[in-house]
Write a protein that binds this ligand. Structure first.
Ligand SMILES: [Zn+2]
Ligand SMILES: [Zn+2]
Length: 220
């Protein structure tokens, strides 16, 4: 077994861990590589986990004015190591890398046991292009099931658009027809930047009758 990030052999490290824990845990990276990822410190925005804020940040205040109460949790900051990771995972298509955060996500999701997991989808066109949905990839290894209740429509912006078309560009997500909306949802995306995507979908699901939605991303 080799570290998925640097390619170094993991055997020495693994046998040492096995001795300590008396079982062989699956590890996909060496500890040096994993330590380059930076966890969000205790000093973060209370509602979206933005690093270095102690009260609701500007993004969260913006969403509040839009009628959305942000309730988000994230694990890591978007530092250089994370940037490299996502570059390789998403754009170079190194799909093996989906396993790097399996354990972390599995542990984090334990406290959301009574929530149904819903993932941010890719459009059909994008899915065909990439072959895989990388957000789905991150969850796959956790063995947790998720509900597939949202579709993404690819709409290209053009000058001849009417108002409805423009709104569709702004929020290209729709709830699939005929699906039952769970009462409690944990909406998951890989990266939370301004929160635009995830919070718009959240609003849509609340309007569709969901009672309680929290959001979660690997990175903030
Ligand atoms: Zn490594
Ligand atoms: Zn915030």
């Amino acid at each position: 077994m080799k570290c998925l990030i640097c390619g170094q052999d993991l055997e020495t490290e693994l046998s040492f861990t096995s001795l300590l824990l008396l079982k062989k845990e699956e590890t996909y990276t060496c500890s040096a590589c994993f330590n380059h990822f930076e966890r969000i410190s205790p000093e973060h925005c209370p509602t979206c986990f933005k690093e270095g804020e102690t009260s609701p940040c500007q993004d969260c205040q913006y969403w509040y004015k839009e009628g959305i109460q942000v309730e988000h949790e994230a694990v890591f900051t978007y530092n250089e190591a994370m940037k490299d990771y996502f570059h390789r995972y998403k754009f170079d298509g190194d799909y093996l890398l989906r396993k790097v955060f399996t354990k972390v996500l599995y542990q984090k999701f334990q406290k959301y046991k009574d929530y149904q997991l819903v993932l941010i989808p890719l459009s059909k066109e994008r899915l065909q292009q990439r072959g895989v949905n990388q957000v789905e990839g991150l969850i796959e290894g956790t063995g947790l099931s998720y509900y597939n209740i949202i579709d993404k429509k690819e709409v290209k912006a053009s000058s001849s658009m009417n108002r409805a078309d423009r709104l569709q560009v702004e929020n290209p997500f729709v709830i699939k027809e005929g699906v039952k909306i769970p009462e409690k949802i944990l909406l998951f995306d890989d990266i939370y930047t301004t929160g635009a995507t995830i919070n718009r979908i959240k609003k849509m699901l609340i309007e569709a009758g969901c009672q309680k939605i929290k959001t979660f991303s690997l990175v903030r």
